[in-house]
Design a protein around this ligand. Structure first.
Ligand SMILES: [Zn+2]
Ligand SMILES: [Zn+2]
Length: 316
């Protein structure tokens, strides 16, 4: 019973982990989802990288392809990071191979130069010995001159060997080495003396083409990232402008209503002041009336018949 449940548990948990991992998971290779992981592209070549450290799963890629149609997941950024570091590694390797090649060529040319130098030295030695023999002969020292000439023959033999060594060293190593080049795309060595077939095999081979594919994909991804970032920035800017516009509108309506309130109170104040001036006017008119009345009264004192009329009008 116990073993049975254990088996069930194992199979279920295996399926569950597979189901639990979503394509958005950190552990999933984003380059694989975008179909450009170098581990996929270079598999089976001389530079097979083995298994990727992150999860590769075609079902997850299918999930991603469906989801990416509805929303922008921006996985290109991860893929650019991944491919950029991979290509940087490759370019570093190319530079190193070129440097090593140049150093080897230098070593070889130093070796060849040393051999040529040896021939020159022996040549000079022969010249000097011959001159010495001639001098001895001229001095009548024939025996000594003969000895020197024998010496010359020995040096001549040594020179012949040195010349042969020099000639042999040239085509054997240095000549071949100097014709080697490093492929800038995939960092493989190319020989200028490779025949057409071999060159065609290289440039049409999975390794070289795989590197072209990765480099092109990287360029394309970089452009996509730049485009998307620009689009995002513009959208953000647009949103901000809209927000600011809304804010301005809100402020304006708020201030307008405040102004409305203010103007209303101003009206009220104006009304009040107007009424006070009216009051003043009223008092002024009253005093005028009083003065008039006073005048008429004084007049009525002299003209008694108007007095009664004036009195009756006031009682009205
Ligand atoms: Zn991968
Ligand atoms: Zn190549």
């Amino acid at each position: 019973m116990q073993s049975f449940s254990l088996v069930v548990f194992c199979t279920v948990s295996g399926d569950e982990t597979r189901q639990r991992v979503k394509f958005t998971d950190e552990r999933v290779c984003k380059s694989h989802l975008l179909n450009c992981c170098p581990h996929d592209i270079l598999s089976g070549t001389r530079m097979d990288l083995g298994e990727c450290t992150k999860i590769h799963d075609l079902a997850l890629r299918a999930d991603y392809e469906i989801a990416s149609k509805e929303r922008d997941l921006f996985f290109e950024l991860d893929a650019v990071d991944h491919l950029e570091s991979f290509i940087a590694d490759c370019d570093r390797r190319t530079e190193l191979a070129k440097k090593r090649l140049a150093e080897t060529q230098e070593e070889i040319s130093a070796e060849v130069a040393a051999k040529a130098e040896k021939v020159h030295e022996l040549n000079e030695e022969i010249g000097k010995l011959l001159a010495k023999a001639e001098q001895l002969g001229a001095e009548g020292n024939v025996d000594e001159a003969q000895k020197v000439l024998q010496e010359v023959e020995k040096v001549r033999t040594r020179k012949k060997d040195a010349e042969e060594e020099y000639r042999n060293s040239m085509p054997a190593s240095s000549f071949q080495q100097q014709k080697l080049r490093v492929c800038e795309v995939c960092s493989a060595y190319l020989g200028l003396h490779d025949n057409d077939r071999r060159l065609a095999d290289h440039f049409g081979g999975k390794l070289h083409l795989g590197f072209i594919q990765i480099r092109e994909k990287l360029d394309q991804l970089k452009k996509t990232v730049v485009d998307k970032q620009e689009k995002r920035n513009q959208e953000r800017l647009k949103r901000r402008e809209e927000r600011e516009k809304e804010e301005r509108m809100r402020k304006r309506t708020r201030s307008r209503s405040r102004e409305h309130r203010r103007s209303r109170s101003r009206d009220r104040r104006r009304k009040r002041s107007r009424s006070s001036s009216r009051d003043k006017r009223r008092t002024r008119s009253r005093s005028r009336e009083r003065r008039r009345r006073h005048r008429s009264r004084s007049r009525s004192r002299s003209r008694g018949h108007r007095h009664s009329h004036e009195q009756s009008s006031r009682h009205k």
